[in-house]
Design a protein. Structure first.
Length: 312
């Protein structure tokens, strides 16, 4: 790494670390399945005349259409999606980086999710006996075991987040300066790795989204009907918006290609494409060109020092 590259990496680390915080998501959810008891596994093995060691079985605790359980799991899924949408991966599982200027939005979204979750859990507890009856009917008496279920749904499910401190302590600087310097370097390298991983993820996600669009615009062959879902275009727009909101453009070629794709799509709707062969051909041609350029970026992904766009 030459002197210019070293300065770029140093500037990147200082800027990124000043503009983001690391947050950790904590979720405890309802177990939806359990390993079957040894007795039941033995019965399965006997039924098929198989070795008992060859059998590994589990049972689903709730019927798939149990509305209260579906509601709880849906909210927990929404929490993960919000968290992942507003953040990029850091190092430890469960820890991600969020820009400070998006923290208020995250807190607002999370507060609403916590309210929704509390309401869903209370409703599940109010209908606890009904849920247990449905589960007993679902599993029948031989598989149903009340010990597999929580005594209270509200007491077994939680959702919260916390700030994860990635900086070495000032006390370490006083006690062991060399160790402090190594920790500073390690953190900077972790930030660089996080950005590289994020941009790799962007390339892959963009390739999938463009692939879906081009598939929808393909010529009808073999009797396969074209399906024009607005989500196909809207998912691309959502991707463009998230990329811009992150403000990370260390790979200039990727940033330029995303801007080109956004301009090419413009305000075009899938309904317009469905009704106009001219519009279809124009968008298809533009995105085939983008796809080719993107494939080159994926194959020749740069290895480089990284910088972060200056935040306004």
């Amino acid at each position: 790494m030459n002197a210019i590259e070293t300065k770029t990496a140093t500037d990147f680390a200082a800027e990124l670390r000043g503009d983001v915080i690391a947050i950790e998501l904590h979720r405890s959810s309802i177990g939806r399945s359990r390993s079957m008891s040894r007795r039941h596994k033995d019965e399965v093995a006997d039924h098929f005349a198989a070795s008992r060691k060859s059998v590994s079985s589990s049972k689903k605790l709730f019927p798939p259409n149990q509305p209260q359980i579906k509601a709880i799991n849906s909210i927990l899924g929404d929490a993960r999606r919000v968290w992942e949408y507003l953040t990029i991966g850091y190092t430890k599982k469960g820890v991600r980086l969020i820009r400070k200027d998006q923290l208020d939005w995250f807190i607002q979204e999370f507060d609403e999710l916590e309210v929704r979750l509390a309401e869903a859990l209370n409703q599940a507890d109010e209908q606890y006996d009904e849920i247990m009856d449905n589960s007993r009917e679902w599993l029948q008496d031989r598989l149903f075991d009340p010990n597999d279920y929580p005594a209270s749904f509200a007491g077994s499910v939680s959702l919260r987040w916390s700030v994860h401190n990635f900086e070495p302590s000032e006390e370490l600087l006083q006690l062991a300066p060399e160790t402090y310097a190594r920790e500073q370097l390690r953190v900077r390298q972790q930030f660089e790795s996080a950005i590289i991983a994020y941009e790799d993820e962007c390339r892959s996600q963009m390739a999938d989204l463009i692939g879906s669009l081009l598939y929808a615009l393909r010529s009808e062959k073999d009797g396969k009907r074209q399906i024009f879902k607005e989500a196909t275009a809207n998912n691309l727009r959502d991707f463009f918006q998230r990329f811009k909101s992150m403000g990370i453009t260390s790979d200039a070629s990727l940033a330029e290609l995303i801007a080109e794709a956004e301009d090419a799509l413009g305000g075009t709707t899938m309904r317009t494409l469905k009704n106009s062969s001219v519009a279809r051909n124009g968008i298809a041609s533009a995105f085939k060109d983008v796809a080719q350029k993107l494939n080159t970026l994926i194959v020749d992904a740069p290895t480089r020092s990284i910088s972060l766009d200056e935040l306004e």
